[in-house]
Design a binder for this molecule. Structure first.
Ligand SMILES: Cc1cc2nc3c(=O)[nH]c(=O)nc-3n(C[C@H](O)[C@H](O)[C@H](O)COP(=O)(O)OP(=O)(O)OC[C@H]3O[C@@H](n4cnc5c(N)ncnc54)[C@H](O)[C@@H]3O)c2cc1C
Length: 433
């Protein structure tokens, strides 16, 4: 291992590995450091990724056959609740009309292997970065050590924190935070099961959102090796099991939905229940003298809409370009950071706001009693095929949330005209095809 690099990256999951691969493509001398060994699970993550993320993985040459080995393709997302039934076909984006509920251990290990194949990328697993080296106000390297190894000091032009939401790098540099949202906090728990019955409305692998009890929802996703991820997310104050009681709490919350329990009849839970309490919603300062943040270390986004991995991969792409501009002398480091911040904000901020609104509507306001006519209106709108098409494009980042907001009134008018005919057909004509 050299003792000076262009870039040192602390953390080697989606953000760190994909940044290393992009820097490897440019021939930048990079050191990628990861505390864990692979394959291993991240701190907590449920598994859904859409075609928008897969396209970013294509750009770094990641092998879909490896990261999605034995993982079924999900072509439709369903919502099955008492107010409406959603059936969202995932639109074709760049030749893919499917999502995956990936095995995160396999996925992260595969991205790591992909980064390590570039000659200019050195890497170390089971290597903990414990501190930063400073020259005046500037970060100039890291202090770290392998398991049982001696402490080392390695310098770099830029140190990147790709070290997740509790980023050590962010803490050491005292990165400022902004757009922090704590008003509707959530917690999420999940486990993997085997022999879960298929969703009766689909004759293929699926991801289905179900209502839970007060203040929480359930998501059942067919995943790798014949497993199914059964996830629940809810209001943080309600989702606070006592120590040692997480599994009992999880099973009790699942029992609220008879449709989910029918699918789990005869199934076996094959992992522990994992999860995270009070998941953060924030942006941090993108960087400073000699350092930058990427992935969750930079921007944290409630997992309700499954956009975290996309954000990690996108911020990595954007930072790789900023580093390129800086190294080629096209921008100062300060200008490059500003460019990085603006680019990622323009791609992530609208979705961030949208997810925060979805959290409020689905987990905090969902128990408000609406009059019957309003519930019928919501059902007609949500079950309209034009709306389903728009939501599919939103999930796969083909359109920004603003387009959905602008288009919804027009779709609502159309839905009000189309729905009575659809209901008539469903009720009176469907038995005859
Ligand atoms: C409960 C939950 C459910 C989620 N569900 C989804 C989902 O369904 N779909 C989706 O797209 N996203 C989801 N996300 C978000 C997604 O998991 C994250 O956005 C993504 O993992 C961020 O990747 P990252 O590389 O930035 O950070 P991480 O995946 O957190 O990786 C950081 C890495 O840095 C390493 N590290 C930390 N400190 C050091 C150190 N000092 N030295 C060396 N290494 C270090 C860690 O070991 C870790 O491997 C979910 C998140 C949560 C919390």
């Amino acid at each position: 291992m050299q003792q000076h690099y262009d870039v040192i990256i602390v953390g080697g999951r989606p953000a760190g590995s994909s940044l290393a691969a992009r820097l490897g493509q440019q021939g930048v001398r990079t050191l990628l450091l990861e505390r864990a060994e692979f394959p291993s699970l991240p701190a907590a993550s449920s598994p859904i990724i859409y075609s928008s993320a897969l396209k970013l993985l294509d750009e770094i040459g990641a092998d879909e056959k490896a990261y999605a080995r034995n993982t079924p393709r999900i072509h439709r997302i369903f919502a099955d609740n008492s107010q409406f039934q959603l059936n969202i076909p995932l639109p074709d984006a760049n030749g893919r009309d499917y999502a995956y509920a990936i095995d995160r251990a396999r996925f992260d290990a595969s991205l790591w292997d992909n980064a390590c194949r570039f000659p200019s990328v050195d890497s170390r697993l089971e290597y903990s970065v414990t501190d930063l080296i400073w020259k005046g106000e500037r970060v100039v390297g890291i202090v770290g050590q392998s398991q049982n190894g001696a402490e080392e000091r390695i310098t770099a032009d830029i140190v990147v924190g790709a070290d997740g939401r509790f980023s050590m790098v962010a803490q050491k540099v005292k990165a400022t935070e902004h757009d922090v949202h704590t008003e509707n906090p959530t917690s999420l728990y999940y486990a993997y099961w085997k022999n879960v019955k298929p969703y009766p409305e689909a004759n293929e692998p699926s991801a289905v959102a179900y209502e839970g009890g007060y203040g929480y929802g359930l998501l059942v996703m067919d995943s790798a090796d014949g497993t199914t991820a059964v996830t629940m997310e809810g209001q943080a104050d309600l989702f606070a099991p006592a120590p040692g009681q997480t599994e009992a709490f999880y099973l009790e919350k699942l029992a609220a939905n008879p449709k989910v329990m029918a699918r789990l009849d005869g199934a076996e839970m094959v992992t522990d229940v994992r999860g995270m309490k009070r998941i953060g919603n924030k942006y941090r300062q993108p960087g400073g003298a000699g350092w930058a943040l990427v992935g969750d270390a930079y921007h944290q986004h409630d997992p309700l809409d499954g956009q975290g991995i996309f954000n990690a991969l996108f911020t990595a792409k954007s930072l790789a370009w900023a580093i390129r501009y800086f190294k080629r002398g096209q921008m100062s480091w300060e200008e490059a950071l500003e460019w990085y911040d603006e680019t990622t904000r323009s791609k992530t901020y609208g979705m961030y706001r949208q997810t925060l609104m979805n959290v409020k509507a689905n987990l905090y306001d969902s128990n408000q009693q609406l009059p019957g006519w309003a519930l019928t209106g919501i059902r007609w709108l949500m079950e309209d095929p034009t709306m389903a098409d728009l939501l599919g494009k939103l999930m796969t980042r083909q359109i920004p949330p603003e387009v959905v907001t602008m288009a919804t009134p027009a779709i609502a008018v159309g839905a009000l005209m189309r729905a009575p005919l659809r209901e008539f057909r469903k009720r009176w004509l469907s038995p005859w095809g």
